[in-house]
Design a protein around this ligand. Structure first.
Ligand code: FUB
Length: 332
């Protein structure tokens, strides 16, 4: 933030009520151009609140995609109007790229940049996002770009998943939090949900369904599924109960059945969600999540992305994550 802007906010705080001056502080500017900075310790990013991390490893670089939490204190509600993207080749020097995508880039969407994930296929980058649909209910859209940092544009001109396509619960927000995976045989899968987890095959074009929506049975499933594979086993981690812990299940087939394996990460401090991503980068495995630990105003609606190591046991189970203030060492 510029000195001029800080001065202006300080001045305004004397002449207008606290609510409004802090609202101005939290209406942070969009990033018009790339900014590079060093980060150490958790949370990784401290100049903006960041939530619902998704990670992509592409050509020796780790990309973190996150929603921008913009709720002004002392208010408490989800206020996310854009997604952000950060990249690093060593987990120490990070680049924040210009804002790559907003809900307004989907003409059919009403708003709300909730959780998302990006995946690469055949040199194109597909970004599956949660947004509120103009006709009501949360929905899943997909955007596409030629580079991991965009510019991204709506790949279909319509939602891929809408609330009326799933009937397992009556809630209007069960179609959120997409995770996407391409198996070794080339079949792509989309998994998502809140209260009920769902799975659907995707065509090779990555923007159309390749079969029916199938319920995935997982104990105490809340939201935030993330699918990854280690050796020959599939791992489906997800947020459980509320406030959320991250738990996981494994299966020899991505289509299940899933065997529940227990808690992976405990409650993350003062945030009632802790939405995770799991990736291997330069020979180590990482658990990327959010907490409310950036500053005194941090919390469930002003969250911040963190990174810690993830370790497997010999039998393929995962050791409980140790959330740290120190974060991880530079990756070589
Ligand atoms: O950020 C809005 C919602 O909060 C996400 O979609 C959920 O995963 C939870 O973290």
């Amino acid at each position: 933030m510029t000195t001029k802007r800080l001065f202006l906010i300080g001045l305004l705080s004397f002449i207008i009520p606290y609510d409004l001056s802090s609202a101005l502080l939290y209406a942070q500017e969009s990033t018009p151009e790339e900014k590079t900075f060093k980060a150490s310790g958790n949370p990784i990013f401290r100049h903006k609140y960041t939530a619902d991390p998704a990670a992509l490893v592409y050509k020796d670089t780790l990309y973190i995609y996150a929603g921008h939490d913009e709720c002004p204190p002392p208010h408490n509600y989800y206020c996310l109007n854009e997604w952000l993207v950060f990249s690093s080749s060593d987990l120490e020097t990070w680049t924040e790229h210009p804002v790559p995508l907003r809900p307004s880039d989907f003409q059919w969407a009403k708003g709300e940049a909730w959780a998302s994930q990006v995946i690469e296929r055949n040199g194109k980058f597909y970004w599956y996002v949660t947004v509120e649909h103009q006709k009501g209910g949360k929905s899943i859209g997909v955007a596409v770009a030629d580079t991991p940092t965009g510019p991204f544009k709506d790949a279909r001109g319509s939602a891929l998943i809408t609330n009326d396509m799933t009937q397992a619960t009556k809630i209007a927000w069960d179609d959120i939090d997409p995770t996407v995976f391409i198996d070794t045989d080339g079949q792509a899968y989309l998994i998502w949900g809140n209260t009920q987890c769902y799975m659907m095959k995707l065509k090779e074009n990555m923007i159309e369904a390749d079969g029916p929506i199938i319920p995935v049975e997982l104990p105490r499933f809340t939201e935030a599924p993330w699918i990854h594979k280690y050796k020959d086993l599939y791992y489906l981690s997800y947020a459980s109960e509320f406030p959320e812990k991250t738990v996981y299940a494994t299966s020899k087939s991505i289509e299940g059945p899933w065997e529940y394996k227990g808690i992976l990460n405990e409650l993350s401090g003062n945030s009632n969600t802790n939405h995770q991503a799991i990736v291997e980068f330069k020979g180590k495995w990482y658990f990327i999540y959010h907490n409310g630990g950036a500053d005194v105003n941090g919390g469930s609606f002003r969250r911040s992305v963190c990174i810690d190591y993830l370790h497997y046991n010999r039998d393929g189970s995962i050791k409980r994550i140790q959330m740290t203030s120190e974060g991880v060492k530079p990756a070589k």
